[in-house]
Design a protein around this ligand. Sequence first.
Ligand SMILES: Nc1nc2c(ncn2[C@@H]2O[C@H](COP(=O)(O)OP(=O)(O)O)[C@@H](O)[C@H]2O)c(=O)[nH]1
Ligand SMILES: [Mg+2]
Length: 485
Amino acid sequence: MSLLDETVALLDDARRIYAGSELADVIDDLGTRLAAPLRVAIAGKVKSGKSTLLNALVGEQLAPTDEGECTKIVTWYRDGHTYQVLLVPHEGEPRQVPFVREAGSVEVDLGDTAPGDIERLDITWPSQQLRDVTLIDTPGIGSLSTDISDRTWSFIRPDDDDTPADAVLYLMKHLHAGDLDFLATFHDTEVSQPNPVNAIGVLSRADEIGVGRLDALGSANRIAARYRRDPRVRRLVQTVVPVAGLLAESAATLTEDEYRALVVVADRTPKETEEALLSADRFVDTPEIALTSLERAHLLDRFGIFGVRLATMLIRREVVANARELSAELLERSGLDEVRELLRTLFLQRRDLLKSRSALFALDRLVGEHPVPGADALRSDIERVLAGAHGFAELRVLSSLRAGQVTARDEVVKEMERLLGCNGAAPARRLGLDDDASRAEIETTAKEALAAWRRRAENPLTQHDLQVAGQVIIRTLEGLLTDRT
Ligand SMILES: Nc1nc2c(ncn2[C@@H]2O[C@H](COP(=O)(O)OP(=O)(O)O)[C@@H](O)[C@H]2O)c(=O)[nH]1
Ligand SMILES: [Mg+2]
């Protein structure tokens, strides 16, 4: 029986035990959630670029990035047939609220409801990009108002009565103690100690790192690589990638008018453009650029200094000749594809595991809080699944590796991480083969690896912790050999 089936069966058991009680609805919701898209929260400090990255991922300007009150509310964006906004208050029934979308983001009319009384806004927005994943924009931690921080905090903390997100993209501009504490709290301690399995770190606003130089993403890549090697970061997130979210957002939504305005800026010589771009004020006040100051301000707002510099360079050097080409080129340089790829390989390919994990935790908590006849037996069944499912065993080994608890050489650790799915959960990825590797190649490679790991596990000189981890790897490899999908 698959893990998902086992989870469904446990939910059925729970439904029987709590039949007729008010918990029946909560259990039904957990079941519905298993069949729904994976929920990924975008977390991080205020102004780390969360809403901007969300927009870039959807390819539309949906989430507000201004100072408005809606940026202080947890907001879900999910695919559906119609456009609608549901306001879910802390107390009382959810209700549909009016919204407009004029220039850019969705502006929701909250009526007389104070932001503090709102649990979340639930926006249904027909979009291909939201088909497999529901994105959750959060207000952010570390804001001046502790009120907002509390809201994000209680939303993400696993001992909350519900676990709203299955996985999280954690944005960080600069790494400091506050960020690490935040991650440590997010990671629950039940399947395993701090668990990087459902978190990806994103070094955001990457264009600002090189102070607007054209190789900004180069510097950002080097810093991200350093974070990836840092043991404190490794035990919290699977990996860290840089992204220039603003560049990605405006590239994805670039208009012909904006392209034409950039062509006007590119008309100046490189030296003149450089001088105008020394500061935002200077650029807006440079009358020699044949645009209104409003138009110049708009360009800065949309692309940032780095984006304007990069776009005009690409136009001037004739790397791009129209809006479509510019959009593609900027997207490629923004790092957005890498974020998408990680979402796909680390989260979506493991969606059943991540969703079961959320459901089992929520169910376990619920049953623990409402002891009725049969509840104890159900809890031990939940425990059995958490302990027995191979997917969870892999997660435990992964987090032990990340916590530095397995004694092995660096190459061996790397190989284990790969086999456990850190480069992607598909068999070819795990075996370090090309994505289009044939079944025969997969089998040959898996057999060789299996033989090597069996020898290692049987070797009396192998450390105990590596032997235990090795047993899990062996089962993974056996699974790759029998799995014909
Ligand atoms: N230069 C630059 N600015 C960005 C980037 N991402 C966001 N911003 C700007 O930073 C501000 C806050 O962004 P927002 O997405 O609202 O951050 P949030 O509070 O984390 O949701 C806005 O003015 C954005 O335009 C980026 O990648 N580069
Ligand atoms: Mg925001």
